[in-house]
Design a protein around this ligand. Structure first.
Ligand SMILES: *Cc1c(COP(=O)(O)O)cnc(C)c1O
Length: 743
């Protein structure tokens, strides 16, 4: 945890220009925008110019494709073409239903596809049939000159409409398949062709859907509208010149802004309407993630199609719960959001199974990238798992090397890291402490010799992937929304009823993403930040003073929130000051110089409208674990227990409260066993995990964690001496003999 945070701070110190020069020298051109590099490549493979292209309306039967198409054609002044009426019936000289009846479903699809492949148009609004997307060649043909807009309509709405319309000409229906199954079967085909999703709320009228399509088209074409700014920079830069706009791709690749600030979206967060949220309540986690993230990432940066692939890869079988982030009732008004079902058993997986894919996607193709991480906590294994899980293509040019201290890190975390052995993801232990690893990496970034050598010799750029990166924060918005949607789905709340969220807080990433979910329209009342005895964040939220003077980091049972500098907090300060970047700059300069800053009473008041905070002692933490277990049979990890303790103290029980469980108890086994007052605590991690194998223990043991420890125990890991040159040699060795020479 601290590792990540410190990296972000040193990244602010290092000269970003130098890094860009390195990139420049291997790309051979100036890097004004990563997106520009990407965009040109993208345009070359994509559809026609907006002035010539068709707008293609796709969706299930009964979605309103024809009616929306007609309205849209009027609004856009483009001719409307209905594939059913204007293409198929004209070509076949008979009604479509008759054709289907005559030839049967399979032949029908083929003939339909053939006919559409022979048809062409430009500058028209084309309404597809519900079955067109089942024919690949036809869709590829259409997509060459058109933008596919997917009307994503509620299944119940559709079935109602179809029953009302007495529709009987749907492929598949003749075999007696129920309509819901037909719709379910077809959904992946729609997801495969979409360029733009229009999420229709339950009961949306044709007019409302048409308006949404128009807005979505405008957004699509206005690819330069969604930009990011640094929390510390004004719109005009040095000498009053306009600061170059930064797009999603840029901020993902850059991480920290050149002025040391953090990137935030200039126009704030998009808001979903209540009707849209209600739609999401019925969806799976990956579907929710797609619908939410599509609103936050411009399709020019990541198309919905690509995003969908990434999301399915991130939140699939690698999670031990199909729900990905399930919500479980604990006691009274308290619910636990279980964020530990990912491959490395902490909530960091929720971000880090997706982030590397976004990162690899946004990187210019011309370079190889090696991400360097120093860690003594949960980040290491999550980063290794995330980058190690990239697809083969990306693995050849994006890798990660994690340095961790041989001593001063828990045995379980060490085994977790060394248990992951992918060609492009490697952990090396250093016979020194965390600070040494940290300093060595910092020196490599600052050392033009090292950077230049790697660029020239291997076309490789060094990079970081820390917790301030936008692509790490954004995926976390999804699970906060998802928790509310689960409560909505299960009837605990009606849409609009407020809930509180209680979070064990370190770098404020998790808390910040809850605040972003609130901005998107999730009815969160308070975000409650929970600290352990290192309570600088809780004190700040209660007093408005961020004061590091005389504070020392103390060891705790919840090491992931042992923190002094809470890096993402800067985003919150920027937000509550209405984007006053001058103020943010002054405050953080003050923090650097004087170890201290203080907010006005007015701003503190604003903070407390959204956020409360409290802290929990070591004894209380262990007592809570013991108490919850005896009361409910539920075992929680130490971080979750910190949140539970603070929720008990601060929450008034007038609303449900969602307690974020950020780690599986197995990950912090010694402390949890101690809390449960087990007689003797074994020294071997595997034996410690066995210590939980009492019947009826909830939640179950984390199988991937267990598996990883088993495998890693039998294998020796790489150990490196505490010498800068030894570490740089590790970097070079990694580049040479693992992922980069595959090309
Ligand atoms: C990283 C981590 C935290 C802290 O999350 P932030 O987003 O930095 O506030 C809390 N708990 C666990 C188990 C973690 O690994």
């Amino acid at each position: 945890m601290i590792a990540v945070q410190r990296i972000s701070i040193f990244q602010g110190l290092l000269n970003v220009a130098k890094r860009q020069n390195v990139a420049k020298c291997c790309i051979g051109q100036s890097l004004t925008s990563y997106r520009c590099l990407y965009k040109t490549a993208w345009l070359a493979t994509s559809t026609a110019q907006p002035s010539e292209r068709n707008i293609i309306i796709m969706g299930p039967p009964g979605a309103g494709k024809t009616s929306v198409g007609r309205k849209l054609s009027k609004r856009l002044g483009m001719p409307a073409i209905d594939i059913d009426d204007d293409v198929l019936e004209k070509a076949w000289l008979m009604p479509v239903a008759k054709k289907l009846y005559q030839v049967g479903g399979e032949r029908f699809l083929e003939e339909e596809g053939q006919t559409v492949s022979d048809f062409s148009a430009s500058r028209s609004v084309i309404s597809l049939t519900g079955s067109n997307p089942l024919h690949s060649a036809a869709m590829q043909h259409l997509k060459k000159n058109g933008l596919v807009v997917y009307l994503d309509v509620d299944t119940d709405d559709i079935i109602q409409r179809l029953t009302r319309m007495k529709v009987n000409r749907i492929v598949g229906q003749e075999a007696g398949t129920p309509m819901t199954d037909i719709l379910m079967y077809r959904k992946p085909f729609y997801e495969r062709w979409l360029d733009i999703r229009v999420l229709c709320g339950k009961g949306d009228t044709i007019e409302e859907v048409t308006e949404k399509v128009l807005r979505a088209l405008n957004r699509y074409d206005d690819s330069d509208s969604e930009t990011f700014i640094s929390t510390r920079s004004s719109v005009t830069g040095v000498g009053g010149s306009e600061v170059e706009p930064k797009f999603f791709s840029d901020v993902v690749v850059e991480g920290l802004a050149p002025d040391g600030g953090l990137y935030v979206p200039k126009g704030g967060f998009p808001k979903l309407e209540p009707q849209e949220w209600k739609r999401l309540a019925k969806m799976s986690y990956p579907q929710r993630a797609c619908a939410i993230l599509e609103q936050c990432i411009h399709p020019t940066d990541v198309s919905p199609l690509e995003l969908g692939q990434m999301v399915r890869r991130a939140y699939g079988t690698n999670f031990s719960s199909e729900a990905i982030a399930p919500v479980r009732h604990l006691v009274r008004n308290q619910y636990v959001l279980e964020l530990f079902h990912g491959p490395t058993a902490s909530f960091k997986d929720l971000a880090l199974q997706l982030m590397p894919q976004l990162f690899a996607h946004c990187l210019p193709q011309m370079c190889n990238y090696l991400i360097l991480v120093a860690t003594s906590g949960d980040t290491g294994s999550a980063v290794l798992s995330g980058f190690g899980g990239l697809d083969a293509n990306a693995r050849h040019r994006v890798g990660v090397l994690v340095f961790f201290p041989e001593h001063g890190i828990s045995e379980i975390q060490k085994l977790q890291m060394t248990g992951i052995r992918e060609g492009n993801a490697r952990a090396v232990s250093v016979v020194s402490d965390f600070d040494f690893c940290q300093r060595a990496i910092k020196r490599m970034f600052g050392d033009a010799g090292v950077a230049g050598h790697l660029a020239v010799e291997y076309a490789t750029v060094l990079s970081t992937a820390n917790s301030i990166n936008w692509a790490r924060l954004l995926p976390q918005v999804v699970y906060h929304a998802s928790a509310y949607l689960d409560l909505l789905r299960d009837g605990v709340v009606a849409f609009g009823d407020p809930v509180d969220v209680c979070i064990p807080t370190g770098n404020f990433g998790n808390a910040m993403s809850a605040l972003y979910a609130k901005q998107m329209g999730v009815p969160i009342r308070k975000v409650i930040c929970a600290s352990n005895l290192n309570c600088v964040v809780a004190d700040f939220i209660n007093t408005g003073r961020y004061d590091l003077r005389g504070r020392k980091l103390m060891l705790s049972h919840s090491p992931a929130i042992d923190i002094l500098k809470s890096s993402n907090l800067e985003r919150f300060v920027h937000h509550i000051s209405d984007g006053d970047s001058g103020l943010v700059r002054d405050l953080y300069t003050c923090l650097e110089k004087r170890q201290y800053f203080e907010l006005s009473a007015e701003l503190l008041h604003k903070i407390n409208q959204d956020v409360w905070a409290g802290w929990c002692s070591e004894e209380e933490c262990l007592a809570t674990i013991r108490h919850v277990y005896s009361q409910t049979g539920y075992v929680m990890d130490t971080h979750t227990a910190v949140a539970k303790t603070v929720a008990d103290r601060l929450q008034d029980q007038s609303t449900p409260v969602v307690i974020c469980s950020t780690a599986h108890y197995g990950k912090f086994a010694p402390a949890v066993l101690r809390a449960l007052q087990r007689e003797s605590i074994p020294t071997e991690p595997l034996d410690q995990l066995q210590g939980f194998s009492l019947p009826g223990t909830v939640p179950q043991m984390h199988s991937a964690l267990l598996q990883c420890l088993r495998e890693s125990r039998s294998q020796p890991h790489r150990v490196c001496q505490a010498d800068f040159h030894a570490l740089t040699e590790e970097v070079e060795a990694m580049i040479r003999d693992s992922f980069l020479n595959v090309q």
